[in-house]
Design a protein around this ligand. Structure first.
Ligand code: ADP
Ligand code: MG
Length: 569
């Protein structure tokens, strides 16, 4: 038996660890199961390259509660440690063995999915335990080792009689952390952090009913057996190749992620990149109905299949936080502050990549099946329009698939709009006039009047449309958007003056005076219409500039792109 002092620069690091290492004590389990997973994947790699001459088999990880003994066990069948390795990897706090392993096997182990990073994960055990034991047997032909530490810098290391390969971590749960001896609490943590980890994780057993044999007798009684209760899916959809997945697979995975979500997603985007950074994932466009509050915090961030957070702010561009799904990247720094994250160059690259990829996917969906895309337009437009306003990179690509619907159900892209309207709807300066309504019912008489004149009217009814219009006008010099009930409609070059009012000139004048008297505000004008339609005999309009002034003052001027000011749907 040896005794010694753990190699730390501060005299007693444990109180510090307990307080400051992670604000969330519960993540100790994530760290320990990650280490068990790393140990298993390292062995897999070493057997694969022939360096470990042992049978890899079908290793699992087990998490076990000993309520009476107030202990929590995490047991793996991974590569284990020799006594010397325990000295090296455990006693040297912040000496990350995972990094050393990856360094040593740089080229061959690149894609092994090994998690460890910081060399402090193991010590997070002391956030919930006042004593920790490691019993470990290496795959190398050496005696097993037993390490014990009660939270002071002193430890003991002695031989153990463990014969099977792998490591068992025993946490003697502290009195202030007994919640971690509750089955429901551990189950909750496993399903939060470990649901998609790559090695099967056993937590208890469950009974399974055996299938009824074909030659079963009449009085056959169903037989049950106890099987391992595996709490994770080691091969989640995002780790597979898009070509190997069907539409059903994507939908099934959506339900796996959101068991309480009954509505099917509209479509998914499979992210898959390994250069210049590593990132996989699947994003889903949910059906965003109008009365639904924007739900953020629906995208889950993983690192090598370990759940990290569902706050992806800064990693996913803001407009896409309305989507759902998972992102997995070993290149997003774990356990670091948000401000650091936002300043990290890699993270910005990731965000840009996601934006680009989403735009590309939308473009190909549009090109593959335009009709389907048009049908879904109302459910996705708010995300896309918001994206055009907030991300220039998205705006640049959006021209290829963003649609402008007409009141009668046609859809134009911006280019089609220009092409279609160029001979029909231009003002005196030759600018293309895009008439639009925001509310088909309330503005129906204006719409009809415009249609009677041969104009097409768009229906732009999302809450951020006036901002979008400003942007479009700013970027397209020859384009002007005019609300269908504005006075500009008269400035359009009329094709022909065929329509004639049913009223005589005298009657028209009288009517105009009468109506003007009852219209309260001087900001409106009364126009008599050429009536060859069922529209009203006169139209009350508000000059476009007055309307815009009012809208601008209501939206509070600038700063409208922050999510905080994003209109509620
Ligand atoms: P990291 O995982 O970032 O390397 P940790 O503090 O979590 O840092 O673990 C330190 C080291 O201890 C690991 O790199 C590994 O070498 C060793 N280790 C921890 N847990 C196990 C385990 N279950 N099996 C084998 N080695 C382990
Ligand atoms: Mg670790």
């Amino acid at each position: 038996m040896t005794t010694g002092k753990i190699n730390v620069s501060v005299e007693n690091i444990f109180p510090l660890i307990k307080k400051f290492l992670y604000s969330d004590h519960e993540i100790f389990l994530r760290e320990l199961v990650s280490n068990a997973t790393d140990a298993t994947l390292k062995l897999k790699h070493l057997t694969a390259i022939g360096e470990a001459k042992v049978e890899y088999g079908n290793p699992i990880i087990e998490v076990k509660i000993d309520k009476e003994g107030k202990k929590l066990h995490i047991i793996d069948q991974g590569l284990g440690m020799t006594a010397e390795e325990v000295e090296k990897y455990i006693n040297q706090v912040a000496f990350s063995g995972a990094e050393e392993f990856l360094d040593k096997y740089k080229d061959s182990a690149k894609d092994t999915g090994i998690i460890g990073h910081f060399g402090l994960g193991f010590y997070s055990a002391f956030m919930v335990a006042d004593k920790v034991e490691i019993i470990t047997k290496s795959f190398k032909d050496e005696p097993a080792a037993h390490w014990t530490c009660d939270g002071s810098p002193e430890f003991t290391l002695e031989p153990s009689d463990k014969t099977d390969r792998g490591t068992e971590i025993i946490l003697h749960i502290a009195n202030d952390s007994t919640e971690f001896l509750e089955e429901s609490r551990i189950r909750e943590l496993l399903s939060k952090y470990n649901k998609f980890m790559p090695v099967p994780i056993k937590f208890g057993t469950r009974t399974e009913t055996l299938p009824k044999p074909e030659d079963a007798a009449d009085d056959y009684k169903a037989e049950t057996i106890e099987v391992d209760n595996i709490i994770n899916n080691p091969n989640p959809a995002w780790t597979k190749q898009p070509a190997d997945l069907t539409k059903e697979d994507y939908q099934d995975f959506y339900r796996e992620l959101y068991p309480m979500q009954f509505e099917e997603p509209l479509f998914n985007i499979h992210l898959n990149v390994d250069h210049p950074f590593n990132l996989t994932g699947i994003l889903y466009f949910p059906k965003l109905s109008k009365d639904l509050q924007i739900q953020k915090d629906k995208i889950q961030l993983y690192q090598n299949q370990v759940f990290v957070t569902d706050n992806v702010e800064g990693i996913v561009p803001e407009f896409l936080t309305m989507l759902r799904g998972v992102i997995d990247s070993p290149d997003i720094p774990l356990n670091v502050s948000r401000s650091y994250l936002q300043a990290d160059g890699n993270v910005k690259k990731i965000s840009n990549y996601i934006t680009r990829k989403v735009a590309d996917k939308l473009k190909s969906l549009f090109n593959e099946n335009r009709e389907d895309f048009e049908q879904k337009w109302n459910d996705i437009k708010i995300v896309l329009e918001y994206g055009m306003l907030s991300e220039d990179k998205f705006y640049e690509k959006a021209g290829a698939f963003v649609l402008y619907p007409t009141v009668d159900g046609k859809f134009y892209t911006i280019d089609e709009l220009k092409e279609n309207f160029k001979d029909k709807q231009t003002d005196k300066d030759g600018k293309l006039v895009v008439l639009y309504a925001q509310n088909q019912d309330a503005q129906h008489s204006y719409i009809e009047a415009a249609q009677a004149k041969g104009y097409e009217v768009l229906l732009l009814d999302s809450p951020i449309v006036s901002h979008l219009i400003q942007k479009l006008e700013g970027d397209n010099e020859n384009l002007t958007f005019v609300r269908v009930d504005s006075d500009h409609i008269d400035n359009l070059i009329k094709k022909e003056d065929s329509a004639i009012s049913k009223l005589s000139e005298e009657e028209q004048e009288k009517l105009k005076v009468a109506v003007q008297e009852i219209v309260p505000s001087t900001t409106y004008t009364v126009q008599l219409e050429a009536l060859d339609s069922d529209a009203a005999p006169f139209i009350i309009t508000q000059p476009e500039f007055m309307r815009r002034m009012k809208e601008m003052s209501m939206s509070g001027g600038g700063g409208m792109f922050g999510m905080g000011n994003f209109p509620e749907m």
